[in-house]
Design a protein around this ligand. Sequence first.
Ligand code: G3H
Length: 530
Amino acid sequence: MKAFPRTTLDAQPAQSHVPHTVLDGKLVPWTGPSMEVYSPSMVDGPGGPQRVCLGTIPRMDSAASLLALDAAEKAFDNGLGAWPSASMATRVEAVEAFIKSMVAVREDVVNLLMWEIGKVRPDAEKEFDRTVDYLRDTIQSVKAMEREAIHFREEGGFLAQVRRVPLGVALIMGPYNYPLNETFTTLFPALLMGNTVVFKPAKYGVLLITPLMEAFATCFPAGVVNIILGRGRETVSTIMETGRIHTMAFIGTHKGASDLKRLHPHPHRLRAVLGLDAKNPGIVLDDANLELAASQALAGSLSFNGQRCTALKILWVQKGIHDAFVEKLAAGIEGLPWGLPWEHGSKITALPEDGKTAYLDGLVQDALSKGAKIANPSGGQFDATFFAPTLLTGVTKEMRIYHEEQFGPVVPVVAFEDIQEPIQYGVESPYGQQVSLFTQNPAALGRLVDVFVQQVGRVNINAQCQRGPDTFPFNGRKDSAEGTLSVYDALRAFSIRSLVTFPTSSDQKSLVTDVLSQRSSQFLSTDFYL
Ligand code: G3H
């Protein structure tokens, strides 16, 4: 039997700091109530395995959260504050300064990604570097948008200049599985478009924001970035109830998103950008390339222990290839090294969510009681925060795992004969993020593509589901998302087009020409930014 990974107390990172937050442009030491942050990695203690305590964060309350909102609202100042009215060049300079400070603390953030959420070092480094690349690409994209905006359009006797302007105060919340990347891919587009921000880091993966706090406080004008820490119910709910949030980015469950939106007294005034639940199917046809399908299913189901919104969460395998596919996938799963995130070669690590292994065991026991089988020798074993990757075969619609998003290392396989069965699953599913199709048959593939483009936001051919490249649109249908993200789309999501128009008569043209030459308007301008 494989050993469950354990760390030692002397391996843990130093707990140096007093809890801090960022409010109204200042890095503020926190003297109020605080909360301990624990690692999913365990040490053996006298009373059994224990989670390692990594430090503390402020447990802010409603009053403190409202201070953050007040600061953001004051900085926005109805769109006339220093930040929303700054030139794009000024905003880009601020973000470039932030990136410089961010790169300087790369190792601290990577270390906390490993300790706080159990992400293995290569993936933690990739998350950091991908985020920096995303911010740099966003800067290029915003410059292109600005260059486009200097042109005047002429239609039906009118000239017009169209530009994108900010929405107002943005509430930005990120998920624990990509606490840096997914949070920053909404936070920075919102900032670059001139919004001011109240930022609530993810529930797990929260200490890793600490090394970046000083940069948030110093790179942006007062009130532009404000950080709230603590429990969502004691912080975010209060802010939403005020009705003073104009746009919200949230990555989590559709239920959580709906509950939050409902708290807003004027939901029609709230622009929401949501990344929600998903249960992406992988569909393997008899003629698929076995090697390729099994290796993509392995990576697609179990990278970061299956804790990706884009993970393959149910595999539909046609009967002619089923046994060979299951055998290959089971061997691949058994070969994944269990370990600590910082150990070379580790693939399967402990899970950060409270109660997660009990939940996964519940799914497995439910399936077994209804006739499913575990197809890999270590499957089903768990201990404290660690759950062995588990391949379940014989899955049917009576089982919870068929419907629920496991978001963990349990891989359900449904055997099918008629292609109509997985099609029906996709059509009836409440989720609509992505699908992976494994086949070499152009006729079957063409039909499946046409069915699934009507159900999901992305169809992957002979490849696992994923978000990247980040310039591709990332969205979902039904309960899986609201809005579209990409380097370009996120800039659109956090802004709205405003236009200034005038009749093409010579006296109006002459007036506007004077505005342009005197540079009396920030909006009505042909200044070029390279
Ligand atoms: O958890 C959802 C992420 O956006 C997935 O991104 O496909 O690059 O792992 P990824």
